[in-house]
Design a protein around this ligand. Structure first.
Ligand SMILES: Nc1ncnc2c1ncn2[C@@H]1O[C@H](COP(=O)(O)OP(=O)(O)OP(=O)(O)O)[C@@H](O)[C@H]1O
Ligand code: SF4
Ligand SMILES: [Mg+2]
Length: 315
């Protein structure tokens, strides 16, 4: 079975209207999906939904299947067995996964021991290998450090090492390279590629850095106000963006693929989840809106993806 993730009609609300809206998404083994869109579009919320770790008070509807199993029907024990092992996340902000009260080494070693039948010394060797792989200098000494004793970039690397150490089949990386310098970024991108190719995993990479997306991903989904408005193979999306929102985002980037290329800011703001516009959610900001856009635009299938815009609907 090659399907890793299958999301159907996922809707998430924090009480003021949905921030993820009837979202459908599929990932097969080997897929590395870049998830892009302005701040507040719901990217992180989508990630936490997949892990089943939304804050209390959030309401979630729809289906999420991971390797064929309905994630929402798992009990606490089965979910804990999955998290950190076959399903892992590198949280936004780098250090979010690290407990400030425990030494770095203990955190990684305990993660390994919770999921693998190995001895403590084998687990320690695995932790060291992984810290070395993400470019942590003097990893032996770092095992004894507490998170606050490390720089932000170093904590981000530890967080990456922890997520990768058990070769997850699905990795969700939320702005994974934002605190890293260019050399370490290249090293970490190479690690992700290895994970995906050698271990037949899949990944969702949330990033504002289009260079990272161009280098790492084979597909891209563009999110706007809780919906995927365009999905396409990476080369095609950059060469020939179809949705007016994607075009606006990419307009300021003539030399895509350069590291550090950030998403453009475009005029106007993302709609308030509590009072979205009628019809197409992008309509108030869309340079090519027309009367028909007052109705909800259809999802129009395209080779390798699709686009949510009336201008691409047949007829
Ligand atoms: N715990 C929460 N309680 C209430 N609202 C929330 C909570 N977390 C996020 N939101 C709201 O949900 C929406 C989506 O937020 P989310 O963090 O998923 O966006 P994002 O695309 O990850 O943004 P960014 O690029 O800034 O990380 C926003 O309107 C945000 O204000
Ligand atoms: S449906 Fe209309 S408003 Fe929405 S993106 Fe397409 S053209 Fe613009
Ligand atoms: Mg986010």
């Amino acid at each position: 079975m090659s399907e890793v993730l299958d999301i159907e009609a996922l809707t998430v609300t924090y009480g003021r209207g949905p921030v993820v809206r009837a979202l459908w998404l599929r990932l097969a083994r080997g897929d590395v999906l870049g998830l892009v869109g302005e701040s507040g579009c719901g990217k992180t919320t989508l990630g936490w939904s997949i892990l089943g770790l939304l804050p209390s008070g959030a309401r979630m509807d729809g289906t999420i299947r991971f390797e064929g199993a309905d994630l929402r029907s798992l009990d606490g024990r089965d979910r804990r067995r999955l998290l950190g092992d076959r399903l892992a996340m590198i949280p936004q902000g780098g250090s979010g996964a690290l407990d400030p009260l425990y030494r770095i080494g203990d955190q990684i070693v305990e993660t390994i021991l919770a999921h693998r039948h190995v001895s403590r010394s084998e687990a320690r060797a695995m932790a060291l290998r992984q810290l070395r792989a993400v470019g942590i200098p003097d990893p032996e000494a770092r095992l004894a450090s507490y998170p606050h004793e490390l720089s932000g970039g170093m904590r981000q690397r530890v967080s990456i090492a922890t997520a990768l150490v058990l070769n997850p089949s699905l990795l969700i990386a939320d702005e994974p390279t934002s605190a890293l310098d260019v050399t370490i970024q290249a090293q970490v991108l190479a690690l992700f590629r290895d994970l995906i190719h050698e271990h037949a995993g899949a990944a969702i990479v949330i990033s504002h850095d289009l260079g990272v997306v161009a280098q790492l991903c084979n597909r891209v989904a563009v999110m706007y106000a809780g919906q995927i408005v365009e999905e396409a193979p990476v080369d095609q999306l950059f060469a020939e963006p179809r949705h007016p929102y994607t075009r606006s985002l990419l307009a300021a980037h003539p030399a895509l693929g350069r590291r550090g290329d950030r998403l453009a800011t475009i005029p106007g703001t993302v709609p308030d989840p509590a009072s979205p516009p009628a019809g197409c959610l992008f309509r108030p900001r869309c340079p090519v809106a027309m009367a028909a856009c007052c109705r909800e635009p259809p999802w129009v299938e395209q080779p390798g993806g699709g686009v949510r815009c009336v201008r691409h609907a047949a007829g």
